[in-house]
Design a protein around this ligand. Sequence first.
Ligand code: HEM
Length: 216
Amino acid sequence: METAEPLSTLLYQGTTTAHRAAENTPYMLALFQGKISAEGYRLWLSRFHPVYAALEEAAEALRHDPAVGRLYLPELFRTEAIERDLAFFHGRDWRAALGDASPATGAYVARLRHVRDEWPLGLVSHQWIRYAGYLHGGATLAGMLSSAYGLSGGEGMAFYDFAEIGDTRAFVRKYHAKMDAVPVGDGDLALLVAEANFAFDANAAITVELGEACAL
Ligand code: HEM
């Protein structure tokens, strides 16, 4: 059924509190002040690698789904980019540096697998958080990180390479249009907002752990 507000607006409006909480964890605050150590940045890559791997594995599995398959956009995928960054920092044995998944990473990945298997539509909320959020804030973060660590020439920062995306603002507009065209029944709207809130909390939980690991 058609809704008055587009899905992208409903998700944004329905997650303001969780968004603010995700912005204000000690790790995120320190990151935006350029105060995260290089080790803290490497740890971010390790903790989010399994999240992107699960997100993108789900997107592959559901690429022919009539609803969420419309948001199959491999140019946004970040798993390989994170792997290049991990290899830059840790060398060929970068997988060993991942260690076991932390509790917060494990819970996030478990949720993504649950969504993939039990409620494919829910992937819309998860993709929105990681990709639209990234397209909004990624360029700012990339600037901060490269000046904080002197990571020039993109080495160790493949995650923030937007070459395949081009104009991020235009891409976000197209992304919203695709999201807003996904057929969503009235009964699913509240569930999608709840899933987006879950995803914000899952992101925040990882950065809370990172803050603890960095003694912030
Ligand atoms: C760390 C500080 C952060 C700041 C200052 C910040 C700020 C913002 C702002 C100002 C917008 C709105 C842009 C607009 O209306 O055009 C936005 C959008 C968004 N942010 Fe954040 N944010 C932060 C962290 C995060 C985090 C950690 C996530 C996800 C885990 C996230 C996910 C999103 C998403 C999904 C959108 C909506 C994108 C869209 O639909 O176009 N943000 N953010």
